[in-house]
Design a protein around this ligand. Structure first.
Ligand code: SF4
Length: 700
């Protein structure tokens, strides 16, 4: 095993910052600056800098655990894998293959996501597989597919941002979620560009903005429509571009014209002069971008909201032009790759559609199975979790902690408890793993090699830097062992590069074509942007004289067969649960800089825990005064789904009609106890970002 410096990438968010790892004599791992990676140029946030702490954490799992007499006790790998194979087998025999569920994660490498999807469909024969990335980017993916015929989070590199004339950042607090990316926006302003931030809170990101719009949560769709109305009314639409490169303008324009600025001000709370100023700042420069994140996407109308922002980009001639266009800032480490290679309910590797006969035939040939034997699309993430214990009796879960991260989390916790059988692969005993019948301890990022695809669509090589502790196996070894026990002896290699070679073939010709990418190229070139096809069928591994990869999409044509983008006509509609007399306040949820997602890893790092030890309820002084709460007082937030209690944090930087809670914790401050699982009809994204609550003081 290497004992020197290993260049690799952070295990956490979709920026996938480059870093160097060096094993120290005391068994720990040192992180040092890796300046050659252009995304972060050596900078890291506290999460990335402290990520090695989880490798040697005293609470790390080091042995398989099986439930015996109600408690989890150490067991051998053979016993644990046998128990899982028996559990899944019994369910399949008694209730059919679709009674077996599989739940993946946006942190899994491409190789793991690919193998997990193949395992579900080939070994278990189940359609019931989805992953937590559904909660992250699915609305942006659906909107991008509709408009452009292809979804790649950012269709251009982050390095294009400083060269733009104006960026509208909608619902992203990247100063906290991915701090090294802030420099792209600082450089934008240094170059004379402007930054507009749309957020109901005055976040650290909003503090950097030239203009900060504070809409009511859940009204981003109306906001975008109001801006498009003004673009038309002020004669700022790029009619030549619209005529040459798009389809459907008339209907989209008519829909926008029904959203008068004064009407939009009433819905959103954003004053008309700010709407006009936004349009001026966005339309005057030669180039401009809209970047969305979870704010507008995690809504029951998230897809339409994304479509509205894309319509604004199309009408002003921005999409598919230099330093311009629409992009989504995907959140999880491999949220992009995770949605391309088959762990999503409706997809096959290469971002192929599961209900497309040609796609099924291609992938079935690579897998050596009958295409008719492949199951069809299954339930989306929330629907799958909600069916646990009823239609779905057994679950295999990898790289996710839905007891904390799913909407209506207390209900989902009960559904998980009602399963006949649960197996979890994780590195620590997460709140979900603690409910399992079998827990498998698996390798972490620095102990294994694999690829991820960051938010730009840049495929990256994460390299193994250290040897895993005794008693730990990789997720690929787990799936190999289970496939073997379930009667499929071939097709589940444990070597990541071997998996990637198969993934290349499976993705060849698909929208996310990786066939021209090899591990050697990734190591030599510091990442390659997909699509990267290989001409000809039988190019040997390692041959890389063929395609440079595609950093910028859509400059010549969009991915629809006629090369034109599609306007999607959309109209404002209310969130699923508007405030009323009983629940008069809006709740929105989000993240803090020192914690990552459900906190399963970061809550185990002392430095991060000290910086962000628990949840809080952020509220405006007027709301606090009405409630009779002072700074630090415990406040109960109550929704139709449950109750959470956390200390008050009083600030002028939030709308007076809204409270904010970060969602990284379990216990009485679990924010997702409150959130609404109302689903977007297209993306099946739950409405994490807006629901009705009431506040109560708590006696202590
Ligand atoms: Fe890791 Fe994201 Fe922090 Fe970079 S910004 S160090 S990828 S968590």
């Amino acid at each position: 095993m290497p004992n020197s410096v290993t260049p690799t990438h952070c295990p956490y968010c979709a920026l996938q910052c480059g870093m160097n790892l060096t094993p120290a004599p005391d068994g720990t791992v040192e992180v040092s600056e890796r300046a050659d990676f252009p995304v972060n140029r050596g900078a890291l946030c506290g999460k990335g800098r402290t990520a090695p702490a989880v490798l040697s954490s005293r609470v790390r799992l080091t042995s398989p655990l099986v439930r015996s007499g109600g408690t989890l006790v150490p067991a051998s790998w053979d016993e644990a894998l046998d128990r899982i194979a028996e559990g899944l087998s019994r369910t399949r025999t008694e209730h059919g293959p679709d009674a077996c569920g599989v739940f993946g994660g946006g942190g899994l490498t491409n190789e793991k996501a690919y193998t997990l999807g193949k395992f579900a469909r080939v070994v278990l024969g189940t359609s019931q597989i989805d992953y937590n990335g559904r909660f992250c980017m699915s609305s942006a993916a659906a909107g991008g597919m509709k408009a452009f015929g292809l979804d790649r989070g950012l269709p251009f590199p982050l390095e294009d941002i400083p060269k733009s004339g104006c960026v509208i950042l909608v619902g992203s607090n990247l100063a906290e979620t991915m701090p090294p990316s802030l420099r792209f926006f600082t450089e934008l302003k240094e170059n004379g560009g402007t930054l507009i931030v749309v957020d109901p809170r005055r976040t650290k990101t909003a503090e950097q903005a030239d203009l900060h719009l504070m809409p009511r949560p859940g009204t981003d769709l109306a906001l975008a429509l109001g801006l498009l109305h003004l673009v038309v009314a002020e004669g700022r639409a790029d009619e030549a571009y619209v005529g040459e490169r798009t389809v459907g303008w008339e209907d989209a324009r008519a829909a926008a014209m029904a959203h008068w600025p004064e009407y939009v001000e009433r819905i959103t709370g954003v004053p008309v002069p700010q709407l006009r100023e936004t349009v001026r700042m966005f339309c005057e420069p030669e180039s401009a971008m809209v970047l969305t994140a979870r704010g507008p996407e995690q809504q029951s109308k998230g897809t339409d909201t994304v479509s509205a922002w894309i319509n604004l980009c199309l009408a002003t001639g921005r999409a598919g032009r230099p330093y311009s266009g629409y992009g989504c800032l995907t959140g999880q480490g491999n949220g992009q790759g995770g949605r391309e290679h088959g762990q999503k309910a409706d997809q096959l590797p290469g971002y192929r559609k599961l209900d497309d006969p040609a796609a099924r035939a291609h992938v079935a040939e690579v897998w050596g199975v009958d295409p008719d034997a492949l199951p069809g699309p299954g339930r989306s993430a929330y629907e799958l979790l909600d069916a646990l214990g009823s239609d779905i009796k057994s679950l295999l879960l990898m790289g996710s902690n839905p007891v904390v991260s799913a909407p209506r989390a207390a209900h989902i916790e009960e559904r998980i408890k009602s399963l006949d059988f649960l197996a979890v692969c994780d590195v620590v005993l997460s709140e979900t793993a603690a409910l399992a019948d079998v827990v498998l301890p698996v390798t972490q990022w620095a102990e294994e090699t694999g690829t991820t695809t960051n938010l730009e669509g840049r495929v990256l090589l994460r390299r193994q830097a250290i040897t895993p502790p005794d008693g730990i196996r990789s997720d690929l070894e787990v799936l190999h062992g289970l496939a073997d026990r379930l009667g499929v002896e071939k097709g589940f290699p444990t070597d990541p590069e071997e998996v990637f070679e198969e993934l290349r073939r499976a993705s060849a010709g698909g929208p996310a074509d990786y066939s021209g990418i090899t591990y050697r190229r990734l190591a030599e070139e510091n990442g390659v942007f997909w699509p990267c096809p290989t001409p000809g069928k039988d190019v040997p591994a390692g041959d890389h004289d063929v395609h440079p990869g595609t950093p910028r999409l859509f400059l010549e044509r969009f991915a629809h067969p006629d090369g034109r983008a599609r306007f999607v006509p959309v109209s404002h509609r209310a969130i699923a649960e508007e405030p009323d007399a009983e629940y008069p306040v809006l709740l929105t949820t989000g993240r803090v800089v020192a914690q990552y997602q459900s906190g399963a890893q970061t809550r185990r790092v002392d430095e991060l825990n000290a910086a962000a030890p628990g949840p809080f309820v952020e509220l405006h002084p007027r709301l606090a005064e009405r409630l009779g709460a002072a700074e630090g007082d415990p406040v109960a937030v109550v929704s139709r789904r449950g109750r959470a209690v956390a200390p008050a944090r009083i600030t002028l930087g939030i709308r007076p009609d809204t409270v904010f809670m970060p969602f990284h914790w379990y216990g009485e401050g679990r924010a997702n106890t409150l959130t609404n699982p109302a689903l977007d009809p297209t993306s099946r994204m739950p409405e994490f970002k807006a629901c009705a609550v009431r506040l109560e003081t708590v006696e202590r």
